[in-house]
Design a protein around this ligand. Sequence first.
Ligand code: COA
Length: 389
Amino acid sequence: MTAEYVNPDYVPEPEKVNTKRGLEGSVIDTTSVSKVNSETNSLVYRGYPVQELAENCRFEEVAYLLYKGELPTALQLSEFEKLERSTRDITKDCLTVIKMLPKKCHPMDAIRTGVSFLGCEDERIWDSSPAVNYDKAVKLLAKIPTMIAADYRFKKGLDFIPPRSDLSIAENFFNMCFGKVPEGEIVKAFDVSLVLYAEHSFNASTFATRVITSTESDLYSATVGGIGALKGPLHGGANEQVMHMMLEIADPAKAEKWMLDALAAKRKVMGFGHRVYKKGDSRVPTMKKYAQKMADMTGQQTWMQIYEGLEKVMADKKKIYPNLDFPAGPAYYMMGFEIDFFTPIFVMARTVGWSSHIMEQTANNRIIRPLSEYIGAAQRSVKPISERK
Ligand code: COA
């Protein structure tokens, strides 16, 4: 019997005929973290439109907002940043674990392992009280960039650059990867991407973290599950695939034919489409603006020209629009990051959304345990092995 086996005599059970594949349209629980409104193409974090946050707040302020529910005052931000900046170091053992990983292992697998190791090091792993979970959330916010940058350096055969406590999260990440902080416009574009990637309601990875949390497992285990879900190309992995696709197309003059061929072959084009947004992703105009700034600064207009070409054909032919991964991919490429690190950068940001949902789920928990509709073999009796064919 194969996994695809369907019982020919299967009769749908009346109470389960409304099975929703992919949980499409299902409302699973309430949340006060963020709201995606597909009708108005809008996304709000704790009531604030994400575009306004991206233009006016640093990632650290948005992290505080998502964790605590309110934007910080100057004093609260300074205390929060003091805590985050003093938590960035990782232990020698953790660094060794990252260094020992096979060179070919994808950076998403490396950061998944790194977060798992942090859980092993934490003596309070089983304590999910609000205060301890908040400490763990800040720990992940502070240490995930350090682990990603360490992996970045080791994969290139370079020495680890320790975190600096006089830099913002975005500046420090550039410094840990490249040994210097770039121009303010590049740091701002990167910071904007972190704000836009930080949270997106009950997407697949966040839902995975909530499922794991609902069993009363710990915040690290839930985050490891979130990273596993985010890695897939239908979710966060799309930002890497977008850049591979643009490199394959290479010439803006070829974009239109490339897209027509892909649609004719019924291929899924990475960076397009969304389960919730059907008229366009609310985060795209802001990220596209900053990707264009990167093109203007680095003189790499090719990627934005390919962007326009692909976007136009997809809109004309299918009325399907880019999602955030479409501008984020080329933006990160123009900032100088290796493609394999695009989805780990997404993790740096989304850890904030995950932790906020983990804390919300913990505060009002009920185990998440849906039903399935059984379509396999009808009930039968076990035969002795000698009688089986
Ligand atoms: N390229 C081509 N066609 C697409 C498409 C894409 N990226 N996204 C959706 N479609 C088409 C499907 O082929 C389908 O057409 P059909 O009705 O003629 O068969 C229709 O749009 C509905 O798509 P479906 O796959 O059922 O939507 P979904 O809600 O299950 O999937 C995504 C949503 C995001 C997984 C899907 O759009 C996708 O795979 N996108 C590419 C990966 C990506 O960018 N992921 C990042 C998401 S933020």
